[in-house]
Design a binder for this molecule. Structure first.
Ligand code: FES
Length: 373
């Protein structure tokens, strides 16, 4: 019955929009509409904060109600494991970063993000400390490939460290909502107990579903509870908690160094391995010296350091560039390159061919370059 009602409720609005579109200046519409309701907008995807709860000593969960302009409400529902761009006005300027959904696919259309306050992180500190219920945020479309398949089978292992728990928690919630159809173990690392998020909920899921095990691994404290252990990720700790790694499909998420370690320890031994890092992995190659980078549109030529990401190096020269994840995931920072060679900072690979989409955040210059900026 709901399915029959749903499209019908969208159609009149779409027809009305089409009819009056030639008469509407979006900015003027937005100005007056926002005085009636904070998320009414002609075309901007916005979300109102409708819930806020502490997730750990330094993280907060924000429940967001997106408006109808957000693609996730219209035709592309956000999936557990994906990320989206969040923007907020701070001191008059729009600051955007990407955050993982900690809960997706809710029946009420709302989504949750869990944000850890990062030292020096303008937006994360604003969302953690200052954002309140009723505030309105800008929303981008959901992106990211590390999601569960349509049909989940086999045996699974999630390996998380720090903020890497967020997308894996969204997937754990999704599986719990489906009655935990496959055996799943979650190994979740943090430095200290108070930095762990979702602890009580994870314990409740484990109590309700015999197919689900969770172990909290602390690197700077001794274990206290039966589901805690101590130590950094290594082969013996993995073997102590997983006796059937060869049968497991594994998702790993965390800082770059953690994910690189997890990959080295697990990839060759497990049935399948996928990973996402939210900080760059340790660099394989360090380039030195400088190159001349020409910006084709403005005609400027800048002297940039070789070993640094182009995004960071250009920002240091005063350029205001679009960016989101700063990890090579969201494509926000892409621009064309018509000549020169670049190195992918995560893989160490050098690419010398012209491209229409160079991700500035994960590439550095290895020779003089011409960029479409
Ligand atoms: S900022 Fe997301 S890909 Fe570069």
């Amino acid at each position: 019955m709901n399915a029959a009602l749903h499209p019908a409720s969208h159609r009149p609005r779409s027809r009305l929009r089409r009819l009056i579109a030639p008469l509407v200046v979006p900015q003027v519409f937005d100005f007056w509409a926002s005085r009636l309701h904070p998320t009414w907008s002609w075309e901007r995807p916005l979300a109102r904060i409708v819930g806020r709860s502490e997730a750990s000593a330094d993280a907060v969960t924000l429940l967001l109600a997106p408006n109808r302009n957000w693609a996730g409400r219209r035709h592309e529902p956000a999936r557990a494991g994906q990320h989206l761009m969040i923007g907020a006005r701070i001191d008059g300027a729009l600051v955007s970063r990407s955050y993982s959904l900690s809960e997706a696919g809710r029946a009420d259309g709302r989504i949750a993000i869990t944000v850890k306050a990062i030292e020096g992180g303008k937006l994360s500190r604003h969302l953690h400390r200052d954002a309140r219920v009723g505030d309105v945020l800008e929303l981008g479309p959901a992106f990211g490939e590390m999601t569960l398949p349509a049909r989940v089978d086999g045996r699974w292992l999630f390996v998380a460290a720090g903020s890497g728990i967020t997308p894996l928690m969204a997937m754990t919630r999704q599986l719990a909502a489906q009655g935990m159809p496959v055996p799943l173990t979650l190994l979740y690392w943090a430095r200290r107990r108070e930095e762990l998020c979702f602890v009580e909920e994870l314990r409740a899921i484990a109590a309700a579903h015999p197919n689900f095990r969770v172990r909290f691994l602390l690197t700077r404290q001794e274990p206290r509870a039966a589901d805690e252990d101590a130590g950094r990720i290594d082969a013996s700790l993995l073997d102590a908690h997983i006796d059937d790694l060869a049968a497991r499909q594994v998702y790993a998420c965390g800082p770059g160094g953690f994910v690189a370690n997890a990959r080295g320890l697990i990839e060759a031994r497990a049935q399948a391995f996928a990973a996402e890092a939210f900080t760059p992995p340790p660099r394989a190659v360090e380039d030195t010296g400088t190159v001349a980078v020409t910006l084709a549109r403005s005609g400027r030529t800048l002297e940039l350091a070789r070993g640094e990401s182009l995004l960071t190096a250009l920002e240091a020269q005063g350029l205001k560039l679009n960016s989101g994840c700063r990890m090579g995931l969201c494509n926000t920072c892409s621009c064309g390159k018509s000549s020169g060679a670049t190195r992918h900072l995560h893989t160490g690979d050098v690419h010398a061919e012209p491209v229409s989409s160079l991700r500035l955040c994960v590439n550095s210059a290895t020779s003089d370059l011409v960029l479409d900026l």
